[in-house]
Design a protein around this ligand. Sequence first.
Ligand SMILES: [Zn+2]
Length: 450
Amino acid sequence: MALLLVTSCSSVTSGQGSLEDTDAEPGVEACPDVPVPPAADRPVIDLRFELDDDARTVTGTESVRFTPDIATDELVFRLTANQPMSVAAGSGIEVGEVTGEDVEGSDFESAGAEESTQGGLLVVRLGASLEPGQSTEVGIEFELRLGDGTFDRFGHDPQSSWWGSGHPLLAWEPGQGWRREPLVDSLGETATSPAADTTVSVLAPTGRTVLMTGGAEEVREDGRQTLWRSSSPTARDVSVAVGEFTVAEGSVGDSRLFVGAEDADAAAELLDQVSTAVDALRQYFGAFPYDRLTVARLDDYGGGIEYPAMILLAGPGDTVLIHEVAHMWFYGMVGNDQGSNPWLDESFATYAEGLVSGHRVDPGALQQTLDVGLPIGEFPGAETYIDIVYGKGSAMLDRAREESGADVFDAAIRCYVNANAWQIASPEDVETALQELPAALDVLRGAGAL
Ligand SMILES: [Zn+2]
């Protein structure tokens, strides 16, 4: 679908030159002016969730049309809700029937999941190899339990029920194959998933408001239950919040904003913050990646969690909100392997937060010895992970910008964003985008990102 190319990058930048103005080396791909479009053969995913009256049981079905670009005889899905931290809070997912003309059977792999669950990965076996360009369709039934409200992707409390990565998440990386990284017992995300043409339906008790990836339109109400629908042509994942929200709507550029909070005043204030953040960030990174952004304010559990075109804000607005909005470019549009290269989304989102808010991370963070480029599982603890990937990583990008000159560095980052849109980027892609800026490359190498 065509929403991605509506705004030229140059119309929303602060007037700096673009990398195209520099002399590119022969053979080096030119820097695209706008985000490259998503792959035409990306997965098509239809999700249906039904939230029970108990506000904590979600019955779901997922239908996937999958077309690989390399041959495979299986489909692998990540069962994020079975990670130990979530299961300890009462959450979890159980897969039921798996169907499809080409399906031979299905198995589970532990992949670091809590032992009491089916596992961390669902592997659907096909009767024959699927060749590049061939498609198959698979249907999966599942039940998701939402534990007690905490700072997690799944939960419920008296005001709301919410879930993100609540369905079996297709773990495919185009050009690479299936991603079987173990679930890590950490707050950080560890999934790798492709941008998919996604539709979502949520059947929820009438009287509650649904907010989700792709917006949310109320389509039918039968007294007891109300059906809500949304769609997003490029979602890597999906998040849903159901609760007693008052919704405020606005827009920035060509994108609509939907903000839900506990009352009209809170919603209006949050809408203002979201709108300001989107507007400020697009000056640096180009047009907002989605035609809709939804933000749901939950109770204060100490932070925010980003999903494509959706933010669960479980804390105050201000800088956390800017960080989560920045993830719409870094993770949402420019995907990454969040477990192996967490700096590609977290260092960039923290850096973006500093650019816009003016609250930069102390450059002293660069003195820390651990490498910015470590995988999430190699950090000795959550605090060190945050200090290095968020702190040192954003200080590194600040320093690289300072050493290169703000204008050319900003143009190089827009080049990286546009060239890697709707794909899964690697550190080498950052290196390619910065190849004309040796001082920046020195800084990134010195900090252990490259
Ligand atoms: Zn983040």
